[in-house]
Design a protein around this ligand. Structure first.
Ligand code: GLY
Length: 652
């Protein structure tokens, strides 16, 4: 099926965007594993830019603008769905136990005054801040209203869809691979909240929050709380239906489920300290949820490395609050090509510029293949811009170099380092097992490379079974993290049971790839040049395929040309020719066939002068690529003179 816009994620952000785009005339599909499992259902529904003390100026502005949209936005949703959202401009009272600062708009109330506003506060409270603009919405009611409104408007809602991967080629998403097959659209929006990182290497991690609710008992005639109470690491949110929500812990424990005695104990202690009457109210429900947290706690909004993919994720503590404005800004961006001035503050590239992923560039920046040219005096002149090429994109990351290298078989670390530099590569593969066991020649190797400049491709060399490879891949992810590449989910998958020819096991590789894709890895499988296997691996969501040119380390050159050609013809993911290339001419030849990239190790490491050979391989890769883009002349059976035969000077 195809539609104008496919939204990956059925949470509040995804649905709000779906509705906004549908209202503007788009044909929208939203897919979700379970529309009722989204984090929006787990929240408290506070709309609290003031109480949350959001220090970042752009974020503060984003939150306030969204807050001001709320009354009108919920009103329209209620009309569309026929359901209440219980938006309530109740304000927030933030009692404190000692004097401190706060941010406006806020009013200080001393103990006596605060008692007029709210009776029953804990003895230790000395006064508090009153945030009149903050508000609340019943997040569960809102989630239901969004779902119904989307349905009523004709948004196609597909439930039970588990996205396995986002298929990309040449900076374009061509489809989303799911348990229900490939789903395609003209444009895609990634709004997968805490699960984002399973689909795209963005630094969004789950941050668990445990919560509970109590109910105001019958013997209390009126609802005793008229405002949200916001204390130290605790909030108490009264609903008009006599429910009171108490939240929330903030735990960096991944997707560890369940409520814990320690978590609930902390919440209860803090809640009773702030508002003692609550200790006698019956507990109604306990639950937990996962906030989508980014390293700077700001959302990721706007364009992505792919031209037809937009990010709307990482809203951390403010997803409910930011839904209306996120929807408006993302719809403006996609439907009207209007980019709000605030969006630059929330662009994904802020993480990639600071970190090891600095090679990841904005999609509009094109790689230019620079080739030094020689002028008629025989001197090198500055490189001409000969041809504009698209960068190589793997697993959502953009690379300018199309040559990958390795670290094995070098005579010493210095030679390896100079060769890596001379090759101009941006990806270096590292054998996780050998590094972890400090195998001869691998001591200190992982530390030697500058991982702020080079993207690590951990490989599972030495693994003979799928299980082994999966385990080593996980170790590889940890290794990359330890070396500073927090968001690196790449793995070069090698399952090689045969020690003589070192040929990969196709079945084991497919099994391991399936598992690793499920675990959120960008899988780059090393395979024999088997076109059917390449297709199957692509179908399960691999980020590339890496067919061998000839047996690994053999330097025999291109022995599988015909099959590699078929793989290239069929593949929608990058094809990286791996293993067997022995000389630059063979490297160029593989690129001329249309390979997207090469991985070369032995031919460089085992040459007499590895740095020189590394540079030769770099030039050959560029030359081959240029030749492929230029398109070679047709082969002819007979000679055809270079100079025309007509108009030649003759004696008569
Ligand atoms: N917005 C409150 C929380 O995330 O706990």
């Amino acid at each position: 099926m195809t539609s104008d816009i496919l939204i990956i994620g059925g949470g509040i952000i995804g649905l709000a965007i779906a509705i906004e785009l549908k209202k503007r005339g788009a044909n929208v599909t939203a897919i979700s594993h379970d529309f009722h499992a989204a984090s929006a259902h787990k929240a408290a529904g506070m709309l609290a830019p003031s109480a949350e003390k959001i220090a970042n100026q752009a974020m503060n502005e984003l939150c306030r603008r969204s807050l001001h949209l709320y009354p009108d936005w919920t009103h329209k949703l209620e009309e569309l769905s026929g359901l209440d959202t219980n938006y309530w401009g109740c304000g927030i009272l933030a009692p404190v136990y000692e004097v401190g600062d706060t941010t406006p708009p806020a009013y200080w109330l001393d103990r006596q005054t605060i008692d007029y506003y709210q009776q029953g506060l804990g003895e230790e409270v000395i006064g508090g801040w009153w945030y009149p603009e903050d508000a609340q919405v019943d997040n569960r009611a809102l989630a239901q209203a969004l779902l119904t409104a989307a349905q009523n408007l004709g948004v196609e809602l597909k439930e039970g869809i588990k996205v396995q991967s986002i298929g990309q080629k040449q900076q374009q998403v061509f489809g989303v691979q799911t348990n229900a097959g490939t789903i395609s659209a003209d444009h895609y929006i990634l709004a997968a909240g805490a699960w984002t990182n399973e689909l795209f290497p963005l630094p969004v991690r789950p941050r668990k929050g445990q919560m509970l609710s109590v109910r105001v008992p019958e013997f209390v005639p009126e609802i005793p709380l008229a405002r949200i109470l916001y204390g130290e690491e605790i909030y108490i949110v009264p609903r008009r239906d006599r429910r009171i929500i108490i939240g929330a812990t903030n735990e960096d424990v991944g997707f560890t489920p369940h409520n814990t005695p320690a978590g609930i104990q902390t919440l209860l202690q803090q809640a009773i300290r702030l508002y003692p009457p609550i200790q006698n109210y019956p507990i109604e429900e306990l639950w937990w949820g996962f906030r989508p947290a980014t390293p700077d706690e700001l959302p990721i909004l706007g364009t992505s490395p792919c031209q037809n993919l937009t990010f709307a994720t990482g809203h951390y503590r403010n997803g409910i609050l930011l839904a209306p404005l996120t929807a408006a800004l993302i719809a403006d961006l996609i439907w009207e090509q209007k980019s709000d001035y605030l969006l630059t503050n929330f662009h994904y590239s802020r993480f990639h510029h600071q970190s090891s992923t600095s090679m990841l560039t904005h999609p509009t920046i094109k790689t230019t293949i620079d080739v030094a040219t020689t002028n008629h005096n025989g001197r090198d002149v500055p490189a001409e811009r000969l041809y504009e090429d698209k960068p190589l994109i793997i697993g959502g990351k953009t690379f300018q170099s199309r040559l990958m290298t390795g670290t094995g078989k070098y005579r010493n670390v210095e030679e390896m380092l100079s060769s890596v530099t001379a090759s101009g590569c941006q990806i270096v593969t590292v054998a996780v097992r050998r590094v972890q066991t400090n195998a001869p020649g691998h001591e200190g190797l992982a530390e030697a490379l500058d991982w702020t400049k080079i993207w690590m491709l951990p490989n599972t060399a030495g693994c003979q079974t799928a299980e082994d490879a999966v385990r080593v891949a996980r170790l590889g992810r940890e290794m990359a993290k330890l070396l500073g590449q927090e968001d690196n989910n790449f793995v070069k998958l090698e399952v090689i049971p045969d020690l003589k020819y070192l040929l990969p096991d196709p079945i084991g590789t497919l099994q391991a790839a399936e598992q690793l894709v499920k675990e959120g890895f960008a899988v780059l499988p090393y395979i024999n040049a088997d076109p059917m296997l390449a297709l199957r691996l692509e179908e399960v969501g691999c980020a590339t395929v890496m067919p061998l040119a000839s047996p690994i380390g053999s330097g025999q050159g291109l022995k599988t040309t015909a099959n590699i050609q078929i793989i290239i013809e069929n593949a929608k993911v990058p094809v990286v020719v791996d293993a067997g290339i022995g000389s630059p001419s063979e490297a160029a030849q593989a690129m001329e066939l249309g390979a997207d990239a090469l991985l070369i190790n032995s031919a460089i490491a085992l040459s007499k002068n590895p740095p020189a050979m590394a540079q030769a391989m770099k030039l050959a890769t560029v030359a081959g690529r240029l030749a492929y883009l230029a398109g070679r002349m047709p082969v002819k059976d007979y000679a055809s003179a270079s100079s025309p035969l007509t108009g030649t000077i003759t004696n008569n």
